[in-house]
Write a protein that binds this ligand. Sequence first.
Ligand code: ZN
Length: 212
Amino acid sequence: MIRESQLKPTDAHFRDTVPAGDYFLKVLKEGETLRILDLEGNQAADTLFFNAKDTAERYSAMDTIREQGNVFLTAGTVLRSNRNRPMLEITADTCGRHDTLGGACATESNTVRYALEKRCMHACRDSWMRAVNEHEEYGLSKRDITHNINFFMNVPVTAEGGLTFADGISAPGKYVEMKALMDITVLISNCPQLNNPCNGYNPTPIEVLIWH
Ligand SMILES: [Zn+2]
């Protein structure tokens, strides 16, 4: 569902650009709003959410899908935790659909899906691992790398239940916005993938904005 935001970028108290292949890690306070902006279009932002006060509670794709009765995430979606508690609510979305079924890219999956020689290519899982290693203060480890959301990524489900990677439906300037319903640790890998159309074979930067 397309829903535009009323928030002005000039009022945001935080703005940062995240290059493809890099990560973003920050605590979002309860009540704050996070916007992820697809600057050049067809990018994928592979995102993990944790309860900042207890990282054993984290985003759960299955609880989110079951409670809303739909596999796609968009405006109105409540992102739920593995304790089935609301973590964030998507309050605005100009893309219209985001994936939470496809998982994140890893060097292992690159090898299986594409070719052995792709193993050395940087993947989202590497970016998450780097974030976890470089920021011990967040209390995360590789065990915490679980269900994720692929913002802006298009993974249609066929009538037979099949999954496919399809061309992105995002475009330059599209964004998704969500309000934190508890203190949330946000970990985004801006996807460096070059082997599938999730980012148009051309990884590009995203911008992150936060409003109080
Ligand atoms: Zn990726």
